[in-house]
Design a protein around this ligand. Structure first.
Ligand SMILES: [Zn+2]
Length: 392
């Protein structure tokens, strides 16, 4: 290499040390290794793949594998037109902090900003909303989810046959409900779900569809599930954020003066853990049955099928201060489990015994249960506990 015109200039990797560039501009994952040289942002590998979906406005390159400066790439075009060098210069002039100030200036408080563990759909639509539709630069573009009312059709899974049928849904912040209708001209909704107990969580894996959304609500204090999707990813994510907006409004009314930071984590929640275990009945002599378990906040629900509308049962798990504990292993003389790795949950009233297929499953469930029992109970948790205690 005869001359090195770049020697005095910083390399692209040095720009990662600038404030804001140390984590992905879109999902917050640490140590981004890719960059969009048309938007000027540093992103993780996974989000760089989503930027390829909007290639007309975002062009990505690897920080490690692709050439960024002329000194690394001595091609005539580059030397003449200085093109690759200008990418570097552009990255230096923008960066994640400046891009955030521009593209995220009007993100509504309730809007879901995805984390690295969120599903592809949420991250894809977040990236499109920011850079392609520029929803957070113009507030009028947020109408689909911030209006307080939303009406439309979703594919809903039938409770008995598992077939998805088109159903009309209406979300009304004013009425405090989400409802759906079996017939388009029906007067009475098939179900009315109160926003106060509504939760929505994307479940692409469990439902086997990339846009699959699980909606739960409480009826007579028991959890009910419905499973919906829309072919159009934007529609589905708009529904999700409309539900979050309605929940935010509800919580602001229910807890006046509560800081936003306290309300926002309550808009929607992902499950702590899901998967199969075996369980036995209260006497531990009934034989073990394989069930699908969902740890949702402090409710451990079990289902025959992961997509059942109703749980077969629910167990409340309180905190260690209130005499709940988790132990690895089965009580002595337990018989009939097919799976070898036991877990015993003791509540003030009884013991629940579960068996996992692998040691890894057991470890995963143990740490999920430990996390729940080590968390102090909140005032509203005591009300739920009391309900479970007096349940017929
Ligand atoms: Zn990312």
């Amino acid at each position: 290499m005869a001359s090195d015109p770049d020697r005095s200039r910083p390399g692209v990797k040095q720009l990662l040390e600038n404030a804001g560039n140390g984590s992905c501009a879109d999902c917050g994952a640490a140590d981004p290794e890719w960059a969009s040289y048309t938007l000027g942002v540093f992103v993780c590998h996974s989000c760089s793949g989503l930027h390829r979906n909007i290639a007309h406005i975002s062009k990505v390159k690897s920080l490690l594998l692709d050439p960024w400066s002329c000194s690394e790439l001595e091609i005539p075009e580059c030397l003449q037109r200085n093109t690759t060098f200008s990418h570097l210069e552009f990255m230096d002039s923008v960066g994640n902090a400046a891009a955030k100030a521009r593209y995220e200036q009007l993100v509504p408080a309730f809007y879901c900003r995805p984390s690295p563990s969120d599903c592809m759909l949420l991250r894809d639509q977040w990236i499109r909303a920011k850079y392609e539709r520029k929803e957070f630069m113009y507030v009028e573009r947020q109408e689909p989810y911030s209006a307080g009312y939303r009406e439309g059709f979703l594919w809903k899974r039938g409770r008995d046959n598992g077939q998805y049928l088109s159903r009309k849904f209406i979300l009304s912040e004013r009425e405090g409900v989400l409802k759906y209708f079996n017939k388009n001209d029906a007067r009475e909704p098939k179900a009315t779900m109160k926003i106060s107990s509504l939760n929505a969580t994307f479940q692409p894996g469990k439902m086997g569809t990339a846009h699959g959304l699980q909606i739960t609500y409480l009826k007579d204090n028991s959890t009910r599930n419905i499973f919906v999707y829309h072919e159009d990813g934007k529609e589905m994510v708009d529904w999700f954020n409309a539900i979050r907006a309605a929940r935010f409004h509800f919580l602001q009314v229910a807890f006046p003066g509560a800081p936003e930071s306290e309300l926002l984590p309550k808009l929607t929640r992902n499950y702590i853990k899901e998967g199969y275990m075996e369980k036995t009945g209260p006497k531990q002599t009934e034989g073990f049955r394989k069930r699908w378990f969902t740890m949702d906040d402090r409710r451990l629900l079990y289902f025959k099928d992961p997509l059942d509308a109703y749980a077969r049962g629910e167990v409340f798990i309180g905190s260690q201060e209130n005499r709940y504990s988790v132990l690895a292993g089965l009580p002595p003389n337990t018989q009939g489990s097919h799976w070898p790795f036991g877990i015993t949950i003791a509540t003030p009233d009884r013991k629940f015994v579960f068996a996992c297929e692998t040691e890894e499953d057991q470890r995963g469930w143990m740490s999920a249960f430990q996390m729940v029992v080590s968390r102090p109970m909140l005032p509203q948790d005591f009300a739920v506990e009391a309900y479970f205690k007096h349940k017929p």
